[in-house]
Design a protein around this ligand. Structure first.
Ligand SMILES: *[C@@H]1O[C@H](CO)[C@@H](O)[C@H](O)[C@H]1NC(C)=O
Ligand SMILES: *[C@@H]1O[C@H](CO)[C@@H](O)[C@H](O)[C@H]1NC(C)=O
Ligand SMILES: *[C@@H]1O[C@H](CO)[C@@H](O)[C@H](O)[C@H]1NC(C)=O
Ligand SMILES: *[C@@H]1O[C@H](CO)[C@@H](O)[C@H](O)[C@H]1NC(C)=O
Ligand SMILES: *[C@@H]1O[C@H](CO)[C@@H](O)[C@H](O)[C@H]1NC(C)=O
Ligand SMILES: *[C@@H]1O[C@H](CO)[C@@H](O)[C@H](O)[C@H]1NC(C)=O
Ligand SMILES: *[C@@H]1O[C@H](CO)[C@@H](O)[C@H](O)[C@H]1NC(C)=O
Length: 550
C-alpha cells in the first residue's frame, strides 16, 4: 500500500511536475427503492452492505482512495415532489440529477453507478457511456440494449436470468431438442416469467433453429380443478416432446402427476425446470422434492424420473467464512435501522444478493487501487474485470468476457438409488460454458430411451413414411378397435370440434383460465384412453397420436 502511494505520487510528479495530494475521491450513486417488501433488490437490503463495504475499503486503502456512496431513493424523491408520481424510469432521473448537481468532486473524482432493483439497464448504461463511468448492476440484470462502444455493464447479481437462460439453450442444443414447449406461470414469482422471456429471446436469436411454442398459465386457478394440467398436456403432446416449465416447484410436481396419469412420463417426454438449490432460503421458488407427504407421493416419485432441473450451485463456505458472514449480516441489520429506520429478520434478508452488493464495492476498490492510469477511463477499467475470478471473503466472483457474472450451474435428475435429485451435467465456467457429463443417467431414465427424441419417430400423427408399413400391418387389428371406439367417438366428436376451434383461436400465448376447463377434462380423458389402446397395437405410436385426427 505504501508502495502504491509512492508510485502514485511519483507518477503525478513526473507527468505534471507538481506535487499534489494523490487521494482519489470515488463517488458511488446507488439508485433504487428502499421498501424491502417490493423485492430482494431493495436498497433496504443492499444499502447497508454498500455502506459497510465503503468503510472497509476506506480503511484498506486509506490515503489512496476515499469512497463515498449516496443512496438515491425513489421514495424520498417522491416525498420531495409532494407525492407527485415520478416517471417510470425514476432511477435514470435520480442518477442524472446526482451527476449534474450532487457530486462533490465533479472534475477530478471517479464516479460510479451501482444499479439495484428495478433499474432501467439500457438507459443507465447509456448515461454511463456518455459520462465515461463504470456501471455495476448488483441484482436482476438481463442485457443492456445500448449498442455504441462503451464499457460493458458489470453484473454481479447471484441470479442472472441471462446466464440461466443460456444454460437452458446449451442443454437444449446438447441433446438436439429443437421443438420446445415453453410454459410460464403468472402465479409464480416474477423471476420465472423473466426466465421464460429470456429463453424465448435467446432461442429466437440462436442459429440452432428452435421452434418455441409459448403458453402462459395461471397455475393457482388451474389447480382448483381435478386434472388441472390436462388441457395443457394435451396441447403439448401434439406439437412437442420437450417442455420447459417455468413455475414454482409444487406446480411442476402437480403437472408431472397429471402427465403420469396420461402415460406422458414414459421416457418419450422430457420436462425441464429451474429451481434454487437452497429451498429453505427460497421458499417462494418451492421445494423440488417428490415427497410432500400427501397421497400423490408414490406417483410423483415415478413421474419425477422425466424431470430435469437446472440449478446454480450454492457457494461452498467453510466454518470460518460462514461465521464471518453471519456476523456481517447481523451488523447490516443493525445498520439499516439507523439508515432507513426499518428492520427485518435474518430469514428475510436475501443473503446472496447482500453478499453480491458488498463484494461489488470491494472488487471495485481492489481494481482501482491496482491501477492509477485507467481510473478515469471506464472501458479500460472494465477490461480489468473481464474473464477473471475475484476471490472474496465470502464468495468467488467470475466475470465472463461480456462483464456478466457466471456461477457454476448444474443439471439434475432423480437418482433411483438416492431417491433425490442429483447432478448429472455440469456447466464449465471458463468462458465457453460447455456441459460436461458427470453421471450417466441412461439406466435411471424411464423406458431406457435416454435421451428422448426431439420428435416421435413416426411423427406426431403417425404420418411418417418409415412407419407406414407398420401401420398397414396392424390396420385390420386397428379397425376392430376403432369400431368399438366409434360409439365413444361420436359422443366426443361435437366436443372436439368446439375444442379445436377454441384452440385455433388461442394458438399462441393464451392464458388458461379456470372457466375454460369446465367441460374438457372429461372429454380429453376418454379420447386419450382410446388412443392409448390403439397405440398399444401400433407398438411404435405415441400415446396421443390418433385422437388428434379422430
Ligand atoms: C472522503 O469523502 C467524503 C464524502 O465525500 C468527504 O466528506 C471527506 O471529506 C473525504 N475525505 C477526504 C480525506 O478527502
Ligand atoms: C436454420 O434454418 C435455416 C433456414 O430456415 C437454414 O438455412 C439453416 O441451415 C438452419 N440451421 C441449422 C443449424 O439447422
Ligand atoms: C423439501 O422436501 C424434502 C423432502 O420432503 C425435505 O426433506 C426438505 O426438508 C424440504 N425442504 C424444505 C425447505 O421444506
Ligand atoms: C421509526 O419507525 C417507527 C415505526 O416503524 C416510528 O414509530 C418511529 O417514529 C420512527 N423513527 C424515526 C426516527 O423516524
Ligand atoms: C475473454 O475471453 C473470451 C473468450 O475466451 C475472449 O474472446 C475475449 O477476448 C476475452 N476478453 C478479455 C478482455 O480478455
Ligand atoms: C451410459 O450407460 C449406457 C448403459 O447403461 C451406455 O450404453 C452408454 O454408452 C453410457 N453413456 C455414456 C456417455 O457413457
Ligand atoms: C405408455 O407408453 C409406452 C411407450 O410408448 C407404451 O409401451 C405403454 O404401453 C404405454 N402404456 C399405456 C398404459 O398406454
Amino acid at each position: 500500500m505504501i508502495f502504491l502511494r509512492q508510485y502514485c505520487a511519483i507518477f503525478v510528479w513526473s507527468v505534471f511536475g507538481i506535487p499534489i495530494e494523490c487521494l482519489v475521491q470515488v463517488e458511488i450513486a446507488c439508485p433504487g427503492f428502499v421498501d424491502t417488501r417490493r423485492g430482494d433488490g431493495a436498497l433496504g437490503f443492499s444499502a447497508p452492505a454498500f455502506e459497510a463495504a465503503v468503510e472497509e475499503s476506506n480503511h484498506r486503502y486509506s490515503g489512496i482512495l476515499n469512497f463515498s456512496a449516496v443512496f438515491l431513493s425513489e421514495e424520498e424523491r417522491t416525498q420531495a415532489l409532494d407525492g407527485a408520481v415520478l416517471p417510470g424510469d425514476a432511477c435514470v432521473e435520480l442518477v442524472a440529477h446526482w451527476y449534474y448537481t450532487q457530486r462533490r468532486f465533479p472534475s477530478d473524482g471517479v464516479s460510479i453507478i451501482m444499479g439495484t432493483g428495478q433499474a432501467d439497464w439500457t438507459r443507465l448504461h447509456e448515461l454511463a457511456a456518455n459520462w465515461n463511468t463504470l456501471y455495476f448492476q448488483t441484482v436482476s440484470y438481463v442485457r443492456s440494449g445500448y449498442r455504441l462502444p462503451a464499457a460493458p455493464v458489470l453484473s454481479t447479481g447471484p441470479v442472472s436470468l441471462l446466464a440461466v437462460g443460456q444454460t437452458f439453450v446449451n442443454l437444449l442444443q446438447f441433446y438436439r431438442w429443437r421443438t420446445v414447449y415453453l410454459v410460464s406461470d403468472l402465479d409464480s414469482p416474477g423471476v420465472f416469467n423473466g426466465l421464460a422471456r429470456q429463453l424465448d429471446d435467446l432461442s429466437g436469436a440462436d442459429s440452432f433453429n428452435f421452434t418455441v411454442f409459448r403458453r402462459v398459465i395461471k397455475a393457482r386457478s388451474l389447480e382448483r380443478s381435478r386434472e388441472p394440467y390436462g388441457v395443457l398436456l394435451d396441447d403439448f403432446c401434439k406439437i412437442s416432446r420437450v417442455m420447459v416449465f417455468f413455475g414454482r416447484a409444487n406446480f411442476v410436481r402437480r403437472m408431472l402427476i397429471d402427465a403420469w396419469t396420461r402415460n406422458m412420463t414414459n421416457g418419450e417426454y422430457v420436462y425441464l425446470s429451474w429451481g434454487s438449490a437452497d429451498a429453505r432460503r427460497h421458499d417462494k421458488f418451492g421445494n423440488f422434492s417428490w415427497s410432500y407427504d400427501d397421497h400423490h407421493d408414490e406417483i410423483a416419485r415415478r413421474a419425477f424420473g422425466s424431470l430435469l432441473v437446472i440449478q446454480q450451485l450454492e457457494p461452498v463456505r467453510n466454518e470460518r467464512s460462514l461465521s464471518a458472514l453471519a456476523s456481517l449480516l447481523a451488523q447490516l441489520r443493525q445498520r439499516v435501522r439507523k439508515l432507513f429506520n426499518i428492520s427485518y429478520t435474518e430469514r428475510e434478508q436475501p443473503r446472496e444478493e447482500v453478499v453480491a452488493s458488498y463484494a461489488s464495492i470491494i472488487l471495485l476498490a481492489q481494481n482501482l487501487a491496482s491501477t492509477s492510469i485507467y481510473r478515469h477511463d471506464a472501458p479500460q477499467l472494465a477490461q480489468r474485470f473481464l474473464n477473471r475470478t475475484f476471490s472474496g471473503e465470502f464468495d468467488d466472483i467470475y466475470f465472463d468476457g461480456s462483464g456478466m457474472r457466471r456461477r457454476q450451474t448444474a443439471v439434475l435428475h432423480l437418482s433411483e438409488r438416492a431417491e433425490q435429485l442429483e447432478m448429472f451435467l455440469l456447466e464449465s465456467t471458463d468462458g465457453n460454458s460447455e456441459l460436461q457429463e458427470v453421471r450417466n443417467i441412461s439406466r435411471d431414465w424411464p423406458g431406457n430411451s435416454w435421451p428422448p427424441r426431439n420428435e416421435p419417430l413416426c411423427g406426431y400423427n403417425n404420418e411418417r413414411a418409415v412407419c407406414q408399413k407398420l401401420v398397414l400391418g396392424s390396420f385390420i387389428a386397428e379397425l376392430t378397435v376403432s369400431c368399438l371406439g366409434c360409439v365413444l367417438l361420436v359422443g366426443t366428436f361435437t366436443g372436439h370440434r368446439l375444442l379445436r376451434i377454441h384452440r385455433i383461436q388461442y394458438e399462441t400465448g393464451w392464458v388458461l383460465e379456470h372457466q375454460h376447463l369446465r367441460i374438457r377434462p372429461i372429454l380429453l380423458t376418454s379420447a386419450c384412453h382410446l388412443s392409448s389402446a390403439s397405440a398399444n397395437i401400433h407398438g411404435e405410436a405415441s400415446v396421443c397420436d390418433t385422437h388428434a385426427e379422430a
